[in-house]
Write a protein that binds this ligand. Structure first.
Ligand SMILES: [Zn+2]
Length: 418
């Protein structure tokens, strides 16, 4: 969707969509009908087919292709400018047909072609100039003014705990990504140290990650590179897990909860996400690993926060504030963290999988939106909110190792872990 920013622009955008659908369906239907007719019936309907049977077949195929071309690239936003090329081709095809009929003295046949040529002309001009469709989301205004107040205690720190990674093709990671490029997907937990009790954001891969992967539908399996679990890394530095108040989940998908299999701590989750996990058919890892854990449900009883409608302030000092972002799953959240020296982070979970999602305003690829997300509209809304604050806050998509830049590694920070 290009930027339907003003009501007028939105009107043009949706009017063009109606024309595109009508034009596309007409062309596909006409072409398919012509191709499916037995030849004698085709000749009865289109006498010229007897003189030029090959031309008849070719133009029928072109009708179908043109019809697909004026809809599909706009709909998928994969090479969306192809819509303009397809629409211009349809104009040329229809005008050629008009000339052809006129030369044959069959002027009465040209009305339909003229109507289709006009519609295609409107689509070509409209999607080229008036309301182009791009694979990028509209650019929201950047946030200015003060950030929400926070008074994090001086002892507060955060550490990253990478638990492994897996490779995905860029084409499956961000809209417009290439098939030849590989993207490493990180699975990383984050330890928040706070004098009023520590928290982990997500749990990463667990000791039984291989078994968890085996339970997934095939499209969600990928070759994984498993590192030490969060539990093992905490033990390795002699961390006392009694200090953990819980694992705060961005959402309940397996690659964020697998590590709960070896962590004996409460699970911080919203009621909405618990319900999502309980209803899940394709990902039952949370149902398995959460068994026996204490649950700590929280609700968004706090005020609007950085554009999000409500919030939950974990420590009451603004240092860790959770907001609802129910697009990836119906109970997904974003965790904002503010450190004593003023660094701010937005742990956005799987709102986008890669930083390009925010810096380049790119959604997930259409197929993945359908397979992996619950509510694309909500995702676009929340992406807009994060995009508008990206200069003020370090954005950390759960699976992009680049997002964690500057956050010290737990494994090499034993001396500074309290
Ligand atoms: Zn994930």
């Amino acid at each position: 969707m290009s930027a339907p920013s003003t009501p007028r622009h939105r009107g043009v955008h949706y009017t063009l969509w109606v024309i595109q659908w009508m034009l596309g369906i007409s062309l596909v239907a006409a072409g398919a009908l012509k191709l499916s007719l037995p030849f004698d019936q085709a000749v009865a309907m289109f006498p010229w087919a007897a003189d030029a049977p090959l031309l008849y077949t070719i133009t029928s195929v072109l009708d179908v292709l043109g019809g697909i071309g004026v809809i599909l690239p706009s709909l998928t936003r994969i090479a969306p400018r192809t819509t303009v090329v397809a629409a211009i081709s349809v104009v040329l095809l229809m005008l050629s047909a008009v000339v052809f009929y006129l030369l044959r003295g069959e002027a009465s046949e040209i009305v339909g072609n003229l109507v289709l040529a006009a519609a295609a002309g409107v689509v070509a001009w409209g999607r080229w100039r008036l309301a182009p469709i791009t694979s990028q989301l509209p650019e929201p205004p950047r946030m200015t003014g003060p950030l929400p107040a926070a008074t994090p205690p001086a002892e507060m720190k955060i550490f990253q705990i990478p638990t492994g990674s897996y490779l995905t093709r860029a084409a499956f990671a961000v809209a417009g990504g290439s098939f030849s490029q590989q993207r490493p997907f990180a699975s990383t937990a984050v330890l928040i140290q706070h004098p009023h009790g520590d928290l982990l954001i997500d749990a990463g891969f667990g000791a039984n990650a291989d078994a968890h992967i085996d339970t997934l539908p095939s499209f969600r399996r990928a070759p994984h590179d498993l590192a030490e679990t969060a539990d093992a890394q905490l033990r390795a530095i002699g961390y006392d897990q009694k200090k953990l108040r819980g694992v705060l989940l961005t959402h309940s998908h397996w690659d964020h909860v697998s590590g709960l299999d070896s962590l004996d701590v409460p699970i911080w989750v919203t009621a909405a996400e618990r319900k999502y996990a309980a209803d899940s058919q394709s990902d039952r890892v949370f149902q398995a690993v959460s068994e026996g854990h204490e649950f700590h449900e929280y609700a968004f009883d706090g005020p609007a926060y950085l554009g999000f409608p409500a919030s939950f302030d974990v420590y009451g000092d603004g240092s860790v504030v959770i907001v609802p972002a129910a697009g990836h799953t119906t109970g997904s959240v974003i965790v904002f963290v503010t450190l004593p020296l003023g660094q701010r982070y937005a742990f956005i979970g799987d709102l986008t999988w890669q930083l390009d999602g925010i810096t380049g305003r790119l959604e997930k690829p259409l197929m993945m939106r359908i397979l992996a997300d619950s509510d694309s509209k909500q995702i676009r809304r929340d992406m807009g909110r994060i995009i508008s604050i990206q200069d003020r806050v370090q954005v950390v998509p759960a699976h992009d190792a680049r997002g964690y830049a500057g956050i010290p590694l737990l494994a090499t920070s034993a001396a500074s872990v309290a």
